[in-house]
Design a protein around this ligand. Sequence first.
Ligand code: FAD
Ligand code: UDP
Length: 373
Amino acid sequence: MAHYDYLIVGAGLYGAVFAREMAKKGKTSLVIDKRPHIAGNVYTEKVEGINVHVYGAHIFHTNNKEVWDYVNTYATFNRFTNSPVANYHGELYSLPFNMYTFNKMWGVVTPEEAAAKIAEQRAAAGITEPRNLEEQAISLVGTDIYEKLIKGYTQKQWGRACTELPAFIIKRLPVRLTFDNNYFNALYQGIPVGGYTQMVANMLDDPHITVQLGTDYFDDRERLNGLADRVVYTGPIDAYFGYQLGYLQYRSVRFETELLDQPNFQGNAAVNYTDAETPWTRIIEHKWFEFGKDENGNDLPKTVISREYSSEWQPGGEPYYPVNDEKNGELLKQYQALAAKEEKVLFGGRLGEYKYYDMDQVIAQALRAAAQA
Ligand code: FAD
Ligand code: UDP
């Protein structure tokens, strides 16, 4: 029977990058995934010529030149720039928070007027040291924007009041006194032409790498461990330990995807529904990640949309977002202490480390881990 240097649990970005880097050093890997496909949450599937982001919209963005060069060796990236639109009870606003948003909200025209309006609302709220997401949001953009564009969306997304969430979540979003609708503060941004699945397939395409799908590590753990010298585990850290110290909390997302017989549903890749009443958080119209064209530059006659519904993760469901609050942070430390004793095992990726990582951070971590292995 074949023996491998590494058993890699998870064919997502972390697992694929790690396997490829070890292959460059002549090491063999068996990469398994319980899903019937590679690429983890960045998996894309072609429907009517449209690359559908099956586990939610993924826009690649980074300031890390090394990571950008790395992904560009496995895919060609287009010039897509993420500019979501916020829909608050039918009022449309530009995201992230910028001069277009401030003009629509308050009628202000100059950066100075916008800054004054934010300062006035911050002062009225009396916040000096923001202690939670609500206070952080108000001190960044004032109460009006908090009420219309942040409060409802965040409560739907996280299932928790903004006063119970850590401030850092909202610091992900830029606030700009310029007319720049780019959602990310990143030097490099785009979508891989042909979809993420093809990019990950290219990473895994090496004679040192064997991929086995539809294989759950926990169904056959002893035998799988026996196939390799070391294990790289990218599933949820608490699942690895049989939840013996209790469950870490995750947010899950349900995607309701529809193929529509019309060319244009909402005119943008992402529209966020920021009120508390609409049950979904956002609608993604996948074709706009590639400008509504197929690979030959032809307009696509149909469209695919996905409504996203956020919910608390339950055992047996798909964990998507780690809830990085204090309570979970404490439990994570205890699991990390157990993980440190597993000498043959490396824990990596968004679930293995229980961190709200973007793709570029996951790739950077995998490159670092592989360099040290
Ligand atoms: P994953 O992709 O989750 O891969 C882990 C793999 O392990 C999965 O395929 C899983 O099936 C497998 N696995 C787990 N347990 C087992 C087991 N017991 N046996 C076998 N296999 C197992 N990042 C961005 O940079 N830009 C974005 O726009 C963006 N949008 C996002 C939108 C959503 C809705 C979500 C949830 C995330 C988003 N991200 C985005 C983050 C991005 O998805 C992650 O950073 C990245 O995909 C994580 O890669 P990973 O390899 O760590 O994990
Ligand atoms: N957010 C918001 N309104 C929006 C978009 C985002 O209040 O229209 C908040 C929300 O709390 C969210 C956080 O900003 O969790 C980070 O948003 P981002 O788009 O980065 O989240 P992700 O891409 O991880 O879903």
